[in-house]
Design a protein around this ligand. Structure first.
Ligand code: ZN
Length: 79
């Protein structure tokens, strides 16, 4: 998996977990709260593993402005 797919997956899982947590909170259903928490953890874990520069393999998690054109660590162009 490349870093772009990893970023999409991370946001997808965050949205799903937000919905699950909102439903679980409103209906007081523990299973939704547990699933929502697991989705959040899965989103972060896969990003830690896959959301990396394809050249230097350093994490892009600290790029707060989203994906930039160049890696902040090695300066290579991110395609
Ligand atoms: Zn790099």
């Amino acid at each position: 998996m490349n870093y772009r797919n990893s970023q999409r997956l991370m946001w997808g899982l965050f949205i799903v977990s937000f919905i699950l947590l909102a439903v679980g909170y409103n209906k007081n259903e523990m299973i939704f709260l547990v699933l929502g928490t697991l989705c959040t953890i899965a989103g972060i874990l896969q990003a830690v593993i896959f959301y990396r520069c394809p050249y230097c393999y350093k994490s892009l998690m600290d790029c707060r402005d989203g994906i930039q054109k160049y890696c902040p660590h090695c300066g290579n162009e991110l395609k």
